[in-house]
Write a protein that binds this ligand. Sequence first.
Ligand SMILES: NC(=O)c1ccc[n+]([C@@H]2O[C@H](COP(=O)([O-])OP(=O)(O)OC[C@H]3O[C@@H](n4cnc5c(N)ncnc54)[C@H](OP(=O)(O)O)[C@@H]3O)[C@@H](O)[C@H]2O)c1
Length: 260
Amino acid sequence: MSDFTGVSLKGKTAIVTGSSRGIGAGIALQLAKRGANVVVNYVSEGSKDRAQEIVDQITKIGTKAILCQASVMKLDEIPRLIEAALKISETGKIEILIHNAALGLEANLVDTSLELYTTHFDCNVRGPIFLTKEALPHLPRGGRIVFISSAAARLGVAGHTVYGPTKAANEALVRVWAKELGHSHGITVNCVNPGPVATDQWFQSDPQFIKDMEPMINETPAAPRVGEVDDIAPLVAFLCSDDARWTTGSCLSANGGLYN
Ligand SMILES: NC(=O)c1ccc[n+]([C@@H]2O[C@H](COP(=O)([O-])OP(=O)(O)OC[C@H]3O[C@@H](n4cnc5c(N)ncnc54)[C@H](OP(=O)(O)O)[C@@H]3O)[C@@H](O)[C@H]2O)c1
């Protein structure tokens, strides 16, 4: 019988990609509240102060945090994330890897450019693959990998010609790596699938897209509202805990019951 100490992440070190704001920032703070040291990652110079604020908040909570500017789209910048994590690690290992950073511009098929395709696949799919490859030698048995997927992977929303497939690829990677990294490395690999969440990504969507989504949001079984970061982040933290050791290759819905 669990005594609930399993949900503690004390002494573990986590990389959370795209943690300057939105869901990633919420995850970084949730992991820290449970005792983890966290690499706070951002890419745009304009987000440096916001990322530093997350670092400061984590330090106040009482764990270690380090700022790391690196684009997961750039293979030569990925090692920076590993180096930053090893600087704050108490164990010499990186116990938790959260693939949160993603691009999510809407475009119908007829408006899809090669640039949109390449940037989105490089950020959302190639980035996590090569970051995981680079991190793997540092992940101990009991390590955790969590992807943040999206409604786009499942709902078939118009305008997600590229974003949707990148998120479906994330969910496929979870199932593949649960098998590849289970017996061999003792690592669990899962994903959390949020519905619409009130972050910059959501508010920067085409107003028509937000309007089209309104009826569906009003029908959300848990409550007639858009999701909040704190609806998502605690589930991610749980998957990183020892109590989640028997869950791998799974996709947990954090969407108020909109879909499975
Ligand atoms: N919001 C939603 O409605 C929603 C719904 C379902 C799923 N999701 C998923 O949840 C995750 C987070 O979304 P969000 O809404 O929180 O996004 P957001 O508010 O737009 O924040 C995106 C974060 O990713 C970072 N980022 C972007 N490109 C990057 C790169 N190449 N390398 C490293 N970091 C990069 C950004 O850094 P900068 O600050 O430096 O730009 C920022 O920290 C994504 O995987 C998204 O697909 C979101």
